[in-house]
Design a protein around this ligand. Structure first.
Ligand code: ZN
Length: 241
């Protein structure tokens, strides 16, 4: 049994399609939120996740598209993209997003957009990782939100370790340790590698794999241009930041 865990799709259907080519029909698809915002195909992305995923949690851009949550903290490009997303999002997709919860708990892992309890907090260093571990008893937490493929590990003595997965790779979960796994971003990677990212998790093998893959960035850039979304959102896709 294998889970495919996707996050921060951000209306990028070109990348979502390429991700799903790497997911087997029998894989159990999960989504960590931010399906919309920034990108030119929010409806198509919500519809694909609605039909294909067995679970999804709410991201801050999803909530911003629904009710302007947090837009005062967004940069100009993000705010413009949310206003555009609100103007095109269908009623059915809006209603589906509105029904998502902030967390999903499975017997052996937790899914949240940014961090346990403080759902939209950014885990950026060992201090915020330690505080995130302290807010849950889950041995394994899957997150997105930072758009950076990486993981945090808490040793039995409380020490925090960290590793970037900028080029993909795998992690074998060790008994007695706890992990926060950031699966990276499907739609807008920000770890200086423009290749998109998601994770495969095989519970029986206790194995997490980060898949980095190419997608047609130029096609998305053209759509961003055609929709009159900020050019900055097109440029950052090719630099991965
Ligand atoms: Zn995001």
């Amino acid at each position: 049994m294998r889970y495919a865990i996707l996050s921060d799709i951000h209306g990028n259907i070109e990348s979502l399609d390429r991700a799903l080519e790497r997911v087997a029909p029998e894989d159990r698809l999960l989504c960590l939120g931010d399906i919309v915002g920034y990108g030119p195909n929010p409806n198509e992305c919500v519809e694909l996740i609605r039909t294909r995923a067995e679970g999804a949690v709410l991201g801050n851009h999803d909530l911003a598209a629904l009710e302007n949550f947090g837009v005062e903290y967004f940069n100009d490009a993000a705010r413009a993209a949310i206003a555009w997303t609100q103007s095109v999002l269908s009623d059915e997709n809006r209603a589906w997003l509105n029904g998502l919860s902030y967390e999903l708990r499975f017997p052996d892992f937790l899914m949240v957009h940014g961090a346990p309890v403080e759902y939209f907090e950014y885990i950026l260093d060992k201090r915020t990782a330690a505080s995130a571990f302290a807010r849950t008893d889950a041995p394994l937490v899957f997150i997105g939100h930072t758009h950076i493929a990486e993981y945090w590990v808490q040793e039995p003595d409380g020490t925090i370790g960290h590793k970037h997965m900028q080029q993909g790779g795998e992690l074998v979960l060790e008994e007695g340790k706890r992990y926060i796994v950031d699966v990276g971003s499907v739609g807008q990677p920000r770890d200086l590698n423009p290749a998109a990212s998601f994770a495969l998790y095989e519970p029986q093998k206790r194995r997490v794999e980060w898949v980095r893959y190419e997608y047609p960035i130029d096609a998305v850039q053209q759509k961003i241009h055609d929709a009159h979304l900020p050019e900055y959102l097109a440029m950052r896709l090719e630099t991965g930041r």
